[in-house]
Ligand binder design. Sequence first.
Ligand SMILES: Nc1ncnc2c1ncn2[C@@H]1O[C@H](COP(=O)(O)OP(=O)(O)OP(=O)(O)O)[C@@H](O)[C@H]1O
Ligand SMILES: [Mg+2]
Length: 400
Amino acid sequence: MHADRVAHVFLEVDEANRAAIALYRRLAELLVAPLTVSEVASRTAAVAVEAVGASVCFVHAVDHERGRLTLIGATPPFDSVVGRIQLGLGDGIAGWVAQTGQRAVVPDKWADPRYRYIPELGGEHFTSLVSVPLAREGERTVGVLNVHWRDEVRELDRQAEVIEAAGRFLVGALEHALLIERLAASEAELERFATELIRAQEFERRKIQLDLHDGVAQSLHAASYRLEGLRHRASGDLAEELAAIRTLIRTATDEVNRIVRDPGRQVLEDFGFADALRSLAHAYPSLEVHLDLDVDDVGLLLEPERSLAVVRICQEALNNVVSHAQVSKAELRARRVADMLVVAVRDRGVGFDVETVAPGRLGLASMRERAKLLGGTIEVFSREGGGTLVRLEVPLARVR
Ligand SMILES: Nc1ncnc2c1ncn2[C@@H]1O[C@H](COP(=O)(O)OP(=O)(O)OP(=O)(O)O)[C@@H](O)[C@H]1O
Ligand SMILES: [Mg+2]
């Protein structure tokens, strides 16, 4: 086609069509950009007002489960009350639209019994309004667009058509943004819940440690003291038997002290994650733990409760090496890999069959439970005679 003919055709597009094209271009822009709920809503409000020459526009999101609407977007100056206005389903004209899925065309809202005055939305300044549902064909309403004019507008049907067309365009973008926001909220909720659980576990553990310290440790101490007195007076088999009992009491005392001392927690609070792992590694007199740590910035990306849960998992794994592996050496590695913390505890001891662990054992089960609470994964590789590897991966907070 010849160039000046193209220009001629373009000029023939009348004013209304050109306005419609401009509107659709702006709507299309809204659809392609990944936006938050409030961005979609406030831009939708601005486009709607401009498209029909109205005074203000309010966008409400509909939550059918809770039976309410929330203002998620508005043109200035009402953008300042976004998030603070809620309506019941069926309440006011927007509530009626949300409930029925039909549009409301209202030349004079003061004459409409459905209208409800909300001081924050400045109803006294506006007269006519059009309210349309944002919904996919045959589906429930996800939002409501409420467009107001200062003065009375008699012929509102054409404006209602335009607003409804814009609404059909936008429903997908709004649904998408709402879904992402709800997912993020429930993810955050789960994370809070997990942190609470970890905190509660630690509280229980602390209580047990204090009970052990005040009760069992004191009794063991008294028993050992009285035994010492007896031993000096005994001879022969009895003296030997008493010495054996004393050794047993010492072992029990050492075990209680180890639990009460809790190297991980105190060092974590005072010096941070890397030092907590170092202190843990040095807490086993019979085990030489080779450390390979590259976790300098992990403390900033992992809450204290979550760091402590990781330390607990390592502690449980090293306890197992001491109790079962029949070796004097182990390795503890921890490093950040992208947005994950990767931790490994390895020994070259007797190993075991992971599939046939006797029921009623708590160590491996509690490691798995903690890893799950952290939103991470844990794998245990072992075979008889071939040593054991415990590998943990925990997601870190995203670096902002
Ligand atoms: N590093 C290891 N080397 C050899 N065997 C292991 C190792 N870790 C675990 N096991 C085996 O797996 C079993 C289960 O371990 P788990 O930690 O669940 O329980 P436990 O250590 O026996 O008891 P606890 O409840 O006190 O931890 C152990 O009894 C042991 O047979
Ligand atoms: Mg164990």
